[in-house]
Design a protein around this ligand. Sequence first.
Ligand code: ADP
Ligand code: MG
Length: 679
Amino acid sequence: MNGSLLRGSDKITALNKIGQKRAQLYKKLGVETVGELLKLFPRGYIDYTSPVAIADAIEGEMNVVSVTVTRKLMPARIRKGMTIYKLVATDGETDMTVTIYNSQYLFDRLVVGEEYLLYGKLTVTGRKADMQSPLVLQGDSEDLIQPIYPLTEGLSQGMLRLSVKEALRRIDDFSDVLPQEIQRRCMLCAIRYAYENIHFPKDNHALSVARERLIFDELFMMSLGMQMLKYKNRESNAPKLRSVSLQPFSQSLPFELTNAQQRSISECLKDMQTGCSMNRLLQGDVGSGKTAVASACAYAITKNGYQTALMAPTEILANQHYKTLCEFLNPLGVTVCLLTGSMSQKEKNEIRSLIREGKCSVAVGTHALFQESVSFHKLGLVITDEQHRFGVNQRSALAAKGESPHRLVMSATPIPRTLALMMFGDLDISLLDELPKGRTAIKTYGITGKKRDSAFGFVAKELDAGRQAYIVCPMIEDSDSDLKSVIKYSEAVSRTAFKNYRVGLLHGKLPADEKERIMAQFQRHELDVLVATTVVEVGVDVPNATVMVIENTERFGLSQLHQLRGRVGRGKYQSYCILITENMTAECRHRMEILAHTTDGFKISEEDLKLRGPGEFFGSRQHGLPKLKIADMTQDIELMRKAQREAQLLCERDPYLEDIANAGLKKAVEELFDKGSDL
Ligand code: ADP
Ligand code: MG
């Protein structure tokens, strides 16, 4: 047996009993080095610390009992390859039998007269208790809390426990990169203690102390990375704006700005007058009027002789923004142009040269605007809409494009504040927490499929009154069967419930120009009903649409439903949202209640966070943040706040971690953000 000291960077083959073959299995778990093995945190534990009396054990469930073996019965050989071993054990008060299938090894290990802790499922027939195939721990064992690791075929819990134990024993460099001062202030345990006790907790208290330390580290590194990004971005030189009177702009608007809009606009202007670049997130519920804020910024930038680029995630939205910006800005003499991927090469070239020569002040477009080579005459401001679709990396890539333009990011996804601070930690935040006056709340109803016909009857009445309706069917990305069902669905409704109306179908698999055409038809009221997948989720504006029907509601998150609902209620008519689900579970009912009674997107997002966890915000979306190994954003909100505060404090003192004392920390942050291109 080799017992020499190891480093975290050593290959796991340095451990006993791990050869090339087993190393391949570990690789499947993402473990190639000793350090990575120690970061393979248990997914749960078997807690032998509080055994129950056999009489109190819960039937049909896993229990821990502390027993002495009193008698072993003759093995019964049922058939070839199947032997059943039985023994009798007692906890001093009650007897039970233990049944072991086929494991002579385990049977032999259990010695009459000895004490053991058994963990297994208990069944009771008549008055006889029996535990089948239990896990066994020697009665005098010290490790009363046993880790359960994520496994892959060919690796067992036993092998992992042995190897992790060995690694903990032989590892030499638990170099602790977290500054001592922070550890003291946050009352965190030492790193070696944390690793030892996350794998083999002394007791439950030690486990929670260990977890806290490791979670803190992870959240702290993440916050620190985002903070560093913020500082880096702030450094850069950006156009320093003269103060500009916004009066002409406000006066030409067809409405009065809300207080929240005015506040956000002045926050932006203030940023842009400092000479450092603005990096601001404009967060506002659907319909809160983000475009007007963006336009005000573009106006101020234009008056200072710079150009603005506005980027939208889809062509439909780019078109819509283009129209709105033309409406707001053209009367003030500001030129706006549109550039999208589906334009002909010739058109694109023309627009590009307008942008290059500075003849166009505001350029609106899709990603294509930036991905293809576009050079600006004097780019001063980059605005991105629906930013949660892009990630941190894309954000920086954009900024790299111009010299050092100001950046405004618009997000319609209300994100719980703590998560926003994490995902957008590199940005300052302005909140549009007020809807324009005169909006009527959307009436929301939840029904089962049984009532679909009467719901469709209601929709038809709205259509007869000259309104329009959306029907949204969920579609998991790239699922052919979902696509088929959306197509079938639309065919079915246009033959039945809506046969006297014009029905269109919109889904993500259509070519861009086709999508565009259908959406435009709906906008011009050449279609009455639009059956769609979540393509319509993002800010499409059709004020005449008053009904949103959503099928298979259970497949959407609350925030997403809220966003979809926001497609209606944009005009002067009372609007409705009908949520349909086949299977009205208690959870479903609860979710529908929340939606029916809450109009505040932020409240809904908090509920979403509670119900479905942060995956809704972090998981499916391309956020560009590192994957967390141990921290759970819902459970660990308090720690997250602490970690954020400490990261802020540290960054104020040493924003680039140049202090030699922070060198290890810097390396760890870079590793976390991987190939650290941003940092
Ligand atoms: P979102 O924040 O969802 O992008 P928009 O910018 O598309 O919202 O605005 C939604 C609608 O509200 C648009 O029709 C816009 O013209 C209108 N709007 C914006 N601000 C105001 C306001 N202060 N008063 C009245 N209507 C407004
Ligand atoms: Mg919008």
